[in-house]
Design a binder for this molecule. Structure first.
Ligand code: RP5
Length: 166
C-alpha cells in the first residue's frame, strides 16, 4: 500500500494532540506522512503540500493546528482531496478559536472538523474514507467498533459491581 494520508501540522508542538492519530493509523496499517507547515509562517510550503498531495499518492489530508487555525482551510482551498481538520487546544481561548477557524468554512471549501484535540477521531475518519475502497481496512474498522462495544460492557459490569458494594 502506498502513502495514503498526509498529515500537516501547524507546529511540532501539536505532536501530543496527534500522537493518538499516528498510533491509530499504525494500528490500522495505513501509511502516512506527517509534515510541519504553517498557514501563516510558511504559506507557500502549506499550499505546495496541498497542491501536490494527489499526485504524490495521498487520498486524504489531515490538518492539525491551534490558535487562529487557518491551516485546514488553506489546504482545502488547494486540493480536491478530503481534508479533515483537528483544532488544537492552546492559547487564551483554549482551542475554541481553532475550532471556529477550522469548522466555519465558506460554501464550496469544506473541512471535516473533528473535536478540539480530536487527533484520534481524525485517524478513524480518514480510515473510514479509505475503507470505501478497501475491504481489509473495512474489516479492521468493524473489529475496532466491536472492541469499543466490549469496553462499554466492561465498564457497565464495573459500574454494577461498584453499586452493589455501596
Ligand atoms: C499554530 O500555533 C500551531 O498549530 C500550534 O498549535 C500553535 C502554536 O505554535 P508554536 O508557537 O508552538 O510553533 O500555528
Amino acid at each position: 500500500m502506498g502513502k495514503k494520508v498526509l498529515i500537516v501540522m501547524g507546529s511540532d508542538s501539536d505532536f501530543p494532540v496527534m500522537e493518538g492519530c499516528f498510533k491509530l493509523l499504525n494500528k490500522f496499517g495505513v501509511e502516512f506522512e506527517a509534515r510541519v507547515a504553517s498557514a501563516h509562517r510558511t504559506p507557500d510550503k502549506a499550499i505546495t503540500l496541498a497542491r501536490t498531495a494527489k499526485e504524490n499518492g495521498f487520498d486524504v489530508i489531515i490538518a492539525a493546528a491551534g490558535l487562529a487555525a487557518h491551516l485546514g482551510g488553506v489546504l482545502a482551498a488547494n486540493t480536491i482531496l478530503p481534508v479533515i481538520g483537528v483544532p488544537c487546544k492552546g492559547g487564551a481561548l483554549n482551542g475554541v478559536d481553532a475550532l471556529y477557524a477550522t469548522v466555519q468554512m465558506p460554501t464550496g471549501i469544506p473541512v471535516a472538523t473533528v473535536a478540539i484535540d480530536g487527533g484520534s477521531n481524525a485517524a478513524i475518519l480518514a480510515c473510514q474514507i479509505l475503507a470505501l475502497n478497501d475491504e481489509e481496512l473495512s474489516s479492521k474498522l468493524s473489529e475496532y467498533k466491536k472492541s469499543l462495544e466490549a469496553s462499554v460492557e466492561e465498564r457497565d459490569a464495573r459500574l454494577q459491581a461498584k453499586i452493589s458494594e455501596l
